[in-house]
Write a protein that binds this ligand. Structure first.
Ligand SMILES: [Zn+2]
Ligand SMILES: [Zn+2]
Length: 369
Protein backbone atom coordinates (compact mmCIF):
# COMPACT_ATOMS: atom_id res chain seq x y z
CA UNK A 1 0.00 0.00 0.00
CA UNK A 2 1.34 3.42 -0.90
CA UNK A 3 1.54 6.39 1.45
CA UNK A 4 0.55 10.03 1.28
CA UNK A 5 3.43 12.28 2.29
CA UNK A 6 4.37 15.95 2.44
CA UNK A 7 7.33 16.57 0.17
CA UNK A 8 9.42 19.51 -1.08
CA UNK A 9 9.09 19.95 -4.83
CA UNK A 10 10.84 22.15 -7.34
CA UNK A 11 8.13 23.01 -9.88
CA UNK A 12 10.14 25.56 -11.85
CA UNK A 13 13.80 26.63 -11.80
CA UNK A 14 14.56 29.91 -10.01
CA UNK A 15 11.23 29.89 -8.14
CA UNK A 16 10.72 29.11 -4.44
CA UNK A 17 10.18 25.41 -3.83
CA UNK A 18 6.72 24.24 -2.75
CA UNK A 19 5.52 21.74 -0.17
CA UNK A 20 2.80 19.43 -1.51
CA UNK A 21 1.17 16.20 -0.50
CA UNK A 22 2.30 13.45 -2.84
CA UNK A 23 1.68 9.73 -3.33
CA UNK A 24 4.61 7.44 -2.53
CA UNK A 25 4.41 4.00 -4.13
CA UNK A 26 5.13 0.86 -2.10
CA UNK A 27 8.47 -0.82 -2.71
CA UNK A 28 8.85 -3.12 -5.69
CA UNK A 29 11.40 -5.94 -5.79
CA UNK A 30 14.77 -4.94 -4.19
CA UNK A 31 13.30 -1.68 -2.90
CA UNK A 32 12.54 -0.23 0.52
CA UNK A 33 10.06 2.33 1.81
CA UNK A 34 11.54 4.65 4.42
CA UNK A 35 9.86 6.96 6.90
CA UNK A 36 12.24 9.91 6.73
CA UNK A 37 12.96 11.49 10.13
CA UNK A 38 15.57 14.11 9.21
CA UNK A 39 16.85 15.62 5.98
CA UNK A 40 19.81 18.00 5.81
CA UNK A 41 19.62 21.12 3.67
CA UNK A 42 22.54 20.92 1.24
CA UNK A 43 23.72 23.50 -1.25
CA UNK A 44 23.14 20.93 -4.00
CA UNK A 45 19.41 20.98 -3.17
CA UNK A 46 19.37 24.69 -3.95
CA UNK A 47 21.52 24.09 -7.06
CA UNK A 48 18.90 21.61 -8.29
CA UNK A 49 16.23 24.31 -8.04
CA UNK A 50 18.06 26.88 -10.16
CA UNK A 51 19.53 24.70 -12.90
CA UNK A 52 23.14 24.85 -11.65
CA UNK A 53 22.77 21.09 -11.26
CA UNK A 54 20.47 20.56 -14.26
CA UNK A 55 17.79 18.24 -12.86
CA UNK A 56 14.49 18.89 -14.60
CA UNK A 57 11.34 19.71 -12.59
CA UNK A 58 8.98 18.57 -11.25
CA UNK A 59 11.59 17.27 -8.83
CA UNK A 60 11.36 16.08 -5.24
CA UNK A 61 14.58 17.48 -3.77
CA UNK A 62 16.64 16.21 -0.81
CA UNK A 63 19.47 13.66 -0.75
CA UNK A 64 20.90 13.82 2.80
CA UNK A 65 18.52 11.94 5.04
CA UNK A 66 18.07 9.36 7.74
CA UNK A 67 14.98 7.44 8.73
CA UNK A 68 13.37 4.15 9.65
CA UNK A 69 12.44 1.26 7.39
CA UNK A 70 8.65 1.23 6.92
CA UNK A 71 8.23 -1.58 4.39
CA UNK A 72 10.56 -3.88 2.47
CA UNK A 73 10.03 -5.15 -1.06
CA UNK A 74 10.40 -8.69 -2.31
CA UNK A 75 13.97 -9.96 -2.30
CA UNK A 76 15.20 -7.62 0.45
CA UNK A 77 16.37 -9.99 3.17
CA UNK A 78 19.02 -7.91 4.96
CA UNK A 79 16.76 -5.04 6.08
CA UNK A 80 13.69 -5.25 8.31
CA UNK A 81 10.86 -2.92 9.29
CA UNK A 82 12.10 -0.67 12.11
CA UNK A 83 15.78 -0.66 11.07
CA UNK A 84 17.47 2.75 11.27
CA UNK A 85 19.12 3.81 8.05
CA UNK A 86 20.99 6.60 6.29
CA UNK A 87 20.32 7.30 2.60
CA UNK A 88 23.27 6.98 0.23
CA UNK A 89 22.68 8.89 -2.99
CA UNK A 90 24.79 6.43 -4.94
CA UNK A 91 23.31 2.93 -5.23
CA UNK A 92 26.68 1.19 -5.91
CA UNK A 93 25.47 -1.71 -8.05
CA UNK A 94 28.49 -3.87 -7.16
CA UNK A 95 28.74 -5.12 -10.76
CA UNK A 96 30.13 -2.31 -12.92
CA UNK A 97 33.83 -1.72 -13.50
CA UNK A 98 34.00 1.11 -10.95
CA UNK A 99 32.21 -0.79 -8.19
CA UNK A 100 34.44 -3.80 -8.81
CA UNK A 101 37.54 -1.59 -8.66
CA UNK A 102 36.42 -0.22 -5.28
CA UNK A 103 35.27 3.15 -6.58
CA UNK A 104 31.48 2.94 -6.18
CA UNK A 105 31.13 6.75 -6.10
CA UNK A 106 31.70 6.49 -9.86
CA UNK A 107 29.18 3.63 -10.28
CA UNK A 108 27.73 3.50 -13.80
CA UNK A 109 24.26 2.65 -12.50
CA UNK A 110 24.37 5.59 -10.08
CA UNK A 111 25.37 7.97 -12.87
CA UNK A 112 22.42 6.82 -15.00
CA UNK A 113 19.84 6.93 -12.20
CA UNK A 114 19.98 10.64 -11.38
CA UNK A 115 16.23 11.35 -11.62
CA UNK A 116 14.67 7.95 -11.02
CA UNK A 117 15.34 4.66 -9.31
CA UNK A 118 17.91 2.44 -11.08
CA UNK A 119 15.18 0.82 -13.23
CA UNK A 120 14.39 4.22 -14.79
CA UNK A 121 11.03 4.80 -13.10
CA UNK A 122 9.75 7.03 -10.27
CA UNK A 123 7.86 6.06 -7.10
CA UNK A 124 6.36 9.56 -6.66
CA UNK A 125 3.18 11.08 -8.08
CA UNK A 126 1.58 14.42 -7.29
CA UNK A 127 -2.09 14.84 -6.37
CA UNK A 128 -2.99 15.07 -10.09
CA UNK A 129 -1.28 11.76 -10.78
CA UNK A 130 1.73 13.31 -12.56
CA UNK A 131 5.08 11.59 -12.12
CA UNK A 132 7.73 13.46 -10.07
CA UNK A 133 11.49 13.05 -10.45
CA UNK A 134 13.71 11.85 -7.59
CA UNK A 135 16.68 14.21 -7.07
CA UNK A 136 19.94 12.23 -7.41
CA UNK A 137 17.87 9.06 -7.70
CA UNK A 138 16.60 9.49 -4.12
CA UNK A 139 14.69 12.79 -3.58
CA UNK A 140 14.18 12.29 0.13
CA UNK A 141 12.90 15.64 1.46
CA UNK A 142 9.61 13.86 1.96
CA UNK A 143 7.85 12.23 4.91
CA UNK A 144 8.08 8.88 3.10
CA UNK A 145 10.22 7.69 0.25
CA UNK A 146 10.71 4.50 -1.72
CA UNK A 147 14.24 3.89 -2.97
CA UNK A 148 16.42 1.03 -4.17
CA UNK A 149 17.82 -1.22 -1.47
CA UNK A 150 21.33 -0.24 -2.59
CA UNK A 151 20.66 3.39 -1.56
CA UNK A 152 20.01 2.36 2.04
CA UNK A 153 22.72 1.87 4.68
CA UNK A 154 21.73 0.35 8.02
CA UNK A 155 23.11 2.09 11.12
CA UNK A 156 23.06 1.52 14.88
CA UNK A 157 19.70 2.55 16.38
CA UNK A 158 21.28 4.55 19.21
CA UNK A 159 22.59 7.31 16.91
CA UNK A 160 20.28 10.35 16.71
CA UNK A 161 18.85 10.43 13.19
CA UNK A 162 19.20 14.20 12.74
CA UNK A 163 22.97 13.85 13.24
CA UNK A 164 23.19 10.63 11.24
CA UNK A 165 21.50 12.23 8.22
CA UNK A 166 24.50 14.50 7.65
CA UNK A 167 26.74 11.51 7.05
CA UNK A 168 24.69 10.90 3.89
CA UNK A 169 26.13 13.93 2.09
CA UNK A 170 28.05 16.76 3.77
CA UNK A 171 30.16 14.65 6.12
CA UNK A 172 30.84 11.87 3.62
CA UNK A 173 31.66 14.34 0.85
CA UNK A 174 33.92 16.55 2.96
CA UNK A 175 35.65 14.07 5.25
CA UNK A 176 35.85 11.61 2.35
CA UNK A 177 37.52 14.18 0.07
CA UNK A 178 40.25 14.57 2.72
CA UNK A 179 40.77 10.96 3.79
CA UNK A 180 39.60 8.88 0.79
CA UNK A 181 40.33 11.04 -2.26
CA UNK A 182 43.39 13.05 -1.24
CA UNK A 183 44.56 10.73 1.57
CA UNK A 184 45.78 13.71 3.62
CA UNK A 185 48.83 12.70 5.66
CA UNK A 186 49.74 13.51 9.27
CA UNK A 187 51.75 16.71 9.64
CA UNK A 188 50.69 18.10 6.26
CA UNK A 189 49.39 21.54 5.35
CA UNK A 190 45.89 21.94 3.93
CA UNK A 191 44.02 24.89 2.43
CA UNK A 192 40.22 24.79 2.17
CA UNK A 193 38.39 27.25 -0.09
CA UNK A 194 34.79 27.70 1.05
CA UNK A 195 33.71 26.67 4.52
CA UNK A 196 30.02 25.82 4.15
CA UNK A 197 28.79 22.36 5.16
CA UNK A 198 31.20 20.56 2.83
CA UNK A 199 34.24 22.72 3.58
CA UNK A 200 33.79 22.33 7.34
CA UNK A 201 33.86 18.59 6.85
CA UNK A 202 36.98 18.72 4.70
CA UNK A 203 38.51 20.62 7.62
CA UNK A 204 37.46 18.01 10.15
CA UNK A 205 38.63 15.24 7.83
CA UNK A 206 42.04 16.90 7.55
CA UNK A 207 42.13 17.30 11.33
CA UNK A 208 41.23 13.62 11.79
CA UNK A 209 44.08 12.70 9.44
CA UNK A 210 46.48 14.74 11.58
CA UNK A 211 47.17 17.71 9.30
CA UNK A 212 49.41 20.21 11.06
CA UNK A 213 48.19 23.37 9.37
CA UNK A 214 44.63 23.83 8.15
CA UNK A 215 43.96 27.15 6.46
CA UNK A 216 40.29 28.05 5.95
CA UNK A 217 39.41 30.58 3.24
CA UNK A 218 36.00 32.23 3.10
CA UNK A 219 34.47 35.64 2.55
CA UNK A 220 32.13 35.25 5.55
CA UNK A 221 33.68 35.77 9.00
CA UNK A 222 30.85 33.76 10.60
CA UNK A 223 31.79 30.73 8.50
CA UNK A 224 35.45 31.17 9.44
CA UNK A 225 34.40 31.03 13.11
CA UNK A 226 32.72 27.65 12.42
CA UNK A 227 35.88 26.57 10.60
CA UNK A 228 37.93 27.04 13.76
CA UNK A 229 35.50 24.88 15.74
CA UNK A 230 36.07 22.09 13.18
CA UNK A 231 39.87 22.28 13.30
CA UNK A 232 41.09 25.18 11.14
CA UNK A 233 44.37 26.50 12.55
CA UNK A 234 44.40 29.64 10.38
CA UNK A 235 41.70 31.64 8.62
CA UNK A 236 41.87 33.91 5.59
CA UNK A 237 39.10 36.29 4.55
CA UNK A 238 40.16 37.55 1.10
CA UNK A 239 37.79 40.50 1.63
CA UNK A 240 39.93 41.88 4.47
CA UNK A 241 43.20 39.88 4.31
CA UNK A 242 43.90 40.28 0.59
CA UNK A 243 44.87 37.63 -1.97
CA UNK A 244 44.19 34.11 -0.66
CA UNK A 245 46.96 32.43 -2.67
CA UNK A 246 49.62 34.86 -1.38
CA UNK A 247 48.33 34.39 2.16
CA UNK A 248 48.42 30.58 1.93
CA UNK A 249 51.98 30.70 0.58
CA UNK A 250 52.98 33.01 3.44
CA UNK A 251 51.44 30.59 5.96
CA UNK A 252 53.29 27.59 4.45
CA UNK A 253 56.83 28.92 4.42
CA UNK A 254 56.52 30.40 0.92
CA UNK A 255 56.00 27.01 -0.73
CA UNK A 256 52.28 26.47 -0.87
CA UNK A 257 50.07 23.90 0.80
CA UNK A 258 50.42 20.14 0.42
CA UNK A 259 46.70 19.90 -0.35
CA UNK A 260 44.04 22.39 -1.38
CA UNK A 261 40.31 21.72 -1.56
CA UNK A 262 37.88 23.81 -3.57
CA UNK A 263 34.43 23.56 -1.95
CA UNK A 264 32.65 26.42 -3.70
CA UNK A 265 32.29 25.32 -7.31
CA UNK A 266 33.80 28.19 -9.32
CA UNK A 267 36.44 28.12 -12.02
CA UNK A 268 38.21 31.11 -10.47
CA UNK A 269 38.62 29.47 -7.05
CA UNK A 270 39.63 26.14 -8.61
CA UNK A 271 42.46 28.07 -10.25
CA UNK A 272 43.37 29.61 -6.89
CA UNK A 273 43.36 26.18 -5.23
CA UNK A 274 45.73 24.87 -7.90
CA UNK A 275 48.00 27.91 -7.53
CA UNK A 276 48.07 27.62 -3.75
CA UNK A 277 49.68 24.15 -3.65
CA UNK A 278 53.40 23.41 -3.62
CA UNK A 279 55.34 21.36 -6.17
CA UNK A 280 53.93 17.83 -6.12
CA UNK A 281 50.90 19.01 -4.16
CA UNK A 282 47.31 17.93 -4.74
CA UNK A 283 44.33 20.17 -5.49
CA UNK A 284 40.90 18.59 -5.12
CA UNK A 285 37.70 19.99 -6.65
CA UNK A 286 34.72 19.19 -4.42
CA UNK A 287 32.37 22.07 -5.30
CA UNK A 288 29.97 21.72 -8.24
CA UNK A 289 30.37 24.58 -10.72
CA UNK A 290 27.92 25.91 -13.28
CA UNK A 291 27.77 23.80 -16.43
CA UNK A 292 29.39 26.60 -18.47
CA UNK A 293 32.21 27.45 -16.04
CA UNK A 294 35.81 26.73 -17.06
CA UNK A 295 39.28 26.80 -15.51
CA UNK A 296 42.35 28.37 -17.13
CA UNK A 297 45.73 27.15 -15.90
CA UNK A 298 49.20 28.27 -16.93
CA UNK A 299 50.63 25.44 -19.05
CA UNK A 300 54.36 26.18 -18.95
CA UNK A 301 55.03 25.17 -15.35
CA UNK A 302 52.93 21.99 -15.40
CA UNK A 303 55.77 19.51 -16.07
CA UNK A 304 58.11 21.30 -13.68
CA UNK A 305 55.65 21.32 -10.77
CA UNK A 306 54.13 17.82 -10.95
CA UNK A 307 50.98 19.08 -9.30
CA UNK A 308 47.89 16.88 -9.20
CA UNK A 309 44.44 18.34 -9.91
CA UNK A 310 41.56 15.95 -9.31
CA UNK A 311 37.85 15.89 -8.56
CA UNK A 312 36.22 14.20 -5.61
CA UNK A 313 32.79 12.63 -6.11
CA UNK A 314 30.87 12.05 -2.86
CA UNK A 315 34.17 11.92 -1.00
CA UNK A 316 35.12 8.83 -3.03
CA UNK A 317 32.59 7.11 -0.78
CA UNK A 318 32.23 3.40 -0.18
CA UNK A 319 28.98 4.00 1.76
CA UNK A 320 28.63 0.54 3.28
CA UNK A 321 32.10 0.83 4.77
CA UNK A 322 32.36 4.57 5.30
CA UNK A 323 28.98 5.45 6.86
CA UNK A 324 29.33 3.02 9.79
CA UNK A 325 32.99 4.03 10.16
CA UNK A 326 32.14 7.75 10.35
CA UNK A 327 29.38 7.05 12.87
CA UNK A 328 31.79 5.03 15.04
CA UNK A 329 34.14 8.04 15.01
CA UNK A 330 31.17 10.20 16.10
CA UNK A 331 30.45 7.86 19.01
CA UNK A 332 34.12 8.12 20.04
CA UNK A 333 33.77 11.94 20.02
CA UNK A 334 36.31 12.18 17.21
CA UNK A 335 33.89 13.36 14.55
CA UNK A 336 31.76 16.44 15.15
CA UNK A 337 28.14 16.02 14.13
CA UNK A 338 26.34 17.76 17.02
CA UNK A 339 28.22 20.98 16.27
CA UNK A 340 27.20 20.79 12.60
CA UNK A 341 23.47 21.02 13.24
CA UNK A 342 23.05 24.69 14.14
CA UNK A 343 19.36 24.98 13.20
CA UNK A 344 16.39 22.70 12.62
CA UNK A 345 13.29 23.49 10.55
CA UNK A 346 9.91 22.01 9.77
CA UNK A 347 9.35 20.94 6.18
CA UNK A 348 7.12 23.98 5.62
CA UNK A 349 10.09 26.26 6.41
CA UNK A 350 12.29 24.98 3.58
CA UNK A 351 12.52 28.34 1.80
CA UNK A 352 13.62 30.00 5.05
CA UNK A 353 16.21 27.22 5.46
CA UNK A 354 17.53 28.00 1.95
CA UNK A 355 17.70 31.73 2.81
CA UNK A 356 19.65 30.98 6.00
CA UNK A 357 22.03 28.74 4.05
CA UNK A 358 22.72 31.49 1.53
CA UNK A 359 23.31 33.99 4.34
CA UNK A 360 25.81 31.57 5.88
CA UNK A 361 24.22 31.64 9.34
CA UNK A 362 24.30 27.84 9.81
CA UNK A 363 26.98 25.19 9.79
CA UNK A 364 24.12 22.94 8.62
CA UNK A 365 20.36 23.27 8.78
CA UNK A 366 18.29 20.10 9.10
CA UNK A 367 14.60 19.56 8.29
CA UNK A 368 12.91 17.41 10.95
CA UNK A 369 9.96 15.42 9.63
ZN1 LIG B 1 24.58 17.30 -0.71
ZN1 LIG C 1 28.36 0.07 -10.04
Amino acid sequence: MGKRAKAVICREWNKPVVVEEIEVESPRRDEVMIKIEACGVCHSDLSATNGTIPMPPPLVIGHEAAGIVEEVGEGVDDLAVGDHIVISWIPMCGQCRYCVEGRPALCDVAQRATLTLPDGTSRYKDSDGNVLNHMAGVGVMSEYTTVHRDNVIKIDPDIPLDKASLVGCAVMTGVGAAINTAKVTAGSSVAVFGTGGIGLNVIQGAALAGAERIIAVDLADKKLEFAQVFGATHTVNPGSDGDAVAKIKELTGGEGADYAFECIGMGATIQQAYESIRKGGTAVVVGVSKLTDTVTLGAFLMPFMEKVLTGSMYGSARPRVDFPRLLRLYKQNRLKLDELVTATYSIDDINRAFDDMQKGVNARGVILL
